[in-house]
Design a protein around this ligand. Structure first.
Ligand SMILES: NC(=O)c1ccc[n+]([C@@H]2O[C@H](COP(=O)([O-])OP(=O)(O)OC[C@H]3O[C@@H](n4cnc5c(N)ncnc54)[C@H](O)[C@@H]3O)[C@@H](O)[C@H]2O)c1
Ligand SMILES: CC(C)(O)[C@@H](O)C(=O)O
Ligand SMILES: [Mg+2]
Ligand SMILES: [Mg+2]
Length: 352
C-alpha cells in the first residue's frame, strides 16, 4: 500500500498501479459476485464489474421496476439475474446493496446463505456499526468488508465510462479466510474505484452520515435557501437571487475549486471578491460549527441511524419522501433554477 502525505498526515492508499484490473480479475476469477439490490449503487457497481470481466450476478425481486431495469441494462434472467434468494445461494461474495433500512428485513435470509468462506460486502459501515439497531451480526467464518464509493452510484458509472475512477473508502471488519485484503481491494478496483482509502466501519459511517447531512447535501441546501431568501426579501428578482446563489457556484466557481483548490478559485476572482470572502468565511465557519458538532453527536449516539431506520421502514416511506422532494422542487428557488438551467446552450431546443 502506498503511504501518501495528506497535509502533513500519512495515510494508506491503494493505487491502480499497485493493484491493476488484471490482478483484480485474477483474484476474483473463481468468485461469483452477487449484487443484492438494484437501487443507485447496485446498477453502478454491477455494470462496472460486468464491463470489467467479473462474474457478476444480480439478485432482485421479480416483477419490480428494478428487475426490469436490470434486464434493460443487459442482465439476463436465469443467467445473470435471479430472485434474491437464488442469487444469495449462488454468490460467493454477497454485495449487500439494499437500502440500509431494507438490509435489516432481509438479514435473516442473507445470514442463512453465508456459508463458511463466503464474503459479505457492504458499501457502508451502517449495518455493522449500528448492529444493536440493525441486528446485523455476521457469522465468524465469513469475510466481512466494505468498499464505499465516495459519491453517487450514478457518478460511479459515469466516471467509469469516461475512463476515470471515483475514490472509495475500504475497510475490513472480519478476515476469516486470510484473503479478505485481496478480495476487498480486487472488488474495489472491479466496481470502478480510482483510489482506495483505508478506514474502518465506524469511521466510514460516522463521516458519511455527517457529510451527507452536512456540506454535501443538508447544509448546502440550507445556506442556499438562507441567502436566496435574504436576497428576495431585499427586492432582488428570482433570477438574480438564483444566479448569485447557485448557478454561478456550480457552473463557474466550484469547477475551479475542484481543479485547484479554494485559494486558486479566490485568486481567479476580483480583489474586491477576495477581500470580502477572506473577511467573511470565518464568520460562517463559526456560525455553523456548533451545528456540525450537534450533527456529529447525533450520528455518534445512533440518533441519525435510528431515524433513518424508522422512517425508511414505513410502508409509505417512498410516498412521503417523494412529497418532500416535490416541495423542494416546487420551491421558488428551484423553480427559478429550472428556468435558468433551460438557458444553458446544451438545454436549448434548436428550432427546425
Ligand atoms: N446511493 C449512493 O450513491 C450510495 C453511495 C455510497 C454508498 N451507498 C450505500 O450503498 C447501499 C445501497 O444504497 P442505495 O442508495 O443504492 O440503496 P437504495 O436506497 O437505492 O435501495 C437499494 C435497493 O433496495 C431495494 N429495497 C428497498 N426496500 C426493500 C425491501 N424491503 N426489500 C427488498 N428490497 C428493497 C430498492 O428497491 C432498491 O433496489 C447502502 O448501504 C448505502 O448507504 C449508497
Ligand atoms: C452519495 C452519498 C451522499 O455520498 C452517499 O453517502 C449516499 O448515501 O447516497
Ligand atoms: Mg451515505
Ligand atoms: Mg457518501
Amino acid at each position: 500500500m502506498a503511504k501518501l502525505n495528506f497535509g502533513g498526515t500519512e495515510e494508506n492508499v491503494v493505487t491502480r498501479e499497485e493493484f491493476p484490473l488484471s490482478k483484480a480479475q485474477e483474484v476474483l476469477k473463481n468468485e461469483v459476485v452477487a449484487v443484492i439490490g438494484y437501487g443507485v449503487q447496485g446498477p453502478g457497481q454491477a455494470l462496472n464489474q460486468k464491463d470489467n470481466g467479473i462474474n457478476v450476478i444480480v439478485g432482485q425481486r421479480k416483477g419490480t421496476k428494478t428487475w426490469d431495469k436490470a434486464i434493460s441494462d443487459g442482465f439476463v434472467p436465469g443467467e445473470t439475474l435471479f430472485e434474491i434468494e437464488e442469487a444469495l445461494e449462488k454468490g460467493t461474495v454477497i454485495c449487500y446493496l439494499l437500502s440500509d433500512a431494507a438490509q435489516i428485513a432481509l438479514w435473516p435470509t442473507v445470514k442463512k446463505h453465508l456459508t463458511p468462506g463466503k464474503a459479505l460486502y457492504f458499501s457502508h459501515g451502517f449495518g455493522i456499526t449500528f448492529n444493536e439497531q440493525t441486528g446485523i451480526v455476521p457469522p465468524a467464518d465469513v469475510d466481512v468488508f466494505l468498499v464505499a464509493p465516495k459519491g453517487s452510484g450514478t457518478s460511479l458509472r459515469r466516471m467509469f465510462l469516461q475512463g476515470r475512477g471515483l475514490n472509495s473508502s475500504f475497510a475490513i471488519f472480519q478476515d476469516a479466510t486470510g484473503k479478505a485484503w485481496d478480495r476487498v481491494i480486487a472488488l474495489g478496483i472491479a466496481v470502478g474505484s480510482g483510489y482506495l482509502f483505508e478506514t474502518d466501519f465506524k469511521k466510514e459511517v460516522y463521516s458519511d452520515l455527517t457529510g451527507e447531512r452536512g456540506t454535501l447535501m443538508g447544509c448546502i441546501q440550507g445556506i442556499f435557501a438562507a441567502q436566496y431568501d435574504v436576497l428576495r426579501s431585499k427586492g432582488h428578482t428570482p433570477s438574480e437571487a438564483f444566479n448569485e446563489t447557485v448557478e454561478e457556484l456550480t457552473q463557474s466557481l466550484m469547477p475551479l475549486v475542484a481543479e485547484n483548490g479554494m485559494d486558486w478559485m479566490y485568486a481567479n476572482c476580483s480583489t474586491t471578491a477576495q477581500r470580502g470572502a477572506l473577511d467573511w468565511w470565518k464568520k460562517f465557519r463559526d456560525a455553523t460549527k456548533p451545528v456540525f458538532e450537534e450533527l456529529y453527536e447525533s450520528v455518534a449516539t445512533g440518533k441519525e441511524s435510528q431515524r433513518s431506520i424508522d422512517s425508511n421502514s414505513q410502508p409509505d416511506y417512498r410516498e412521503k419522501l417523494d412529497a418532500e422532494l416535490k416541495e423542494l422542487r416546487e420551491s421558488e428557488l428551484w423553480q427559478a433554477g429550472k428556468t435558468v438551467r433551460s438557458l444553458r446552450p446544451e438545454n436549448q431546443v434548436v428550432e427546425a
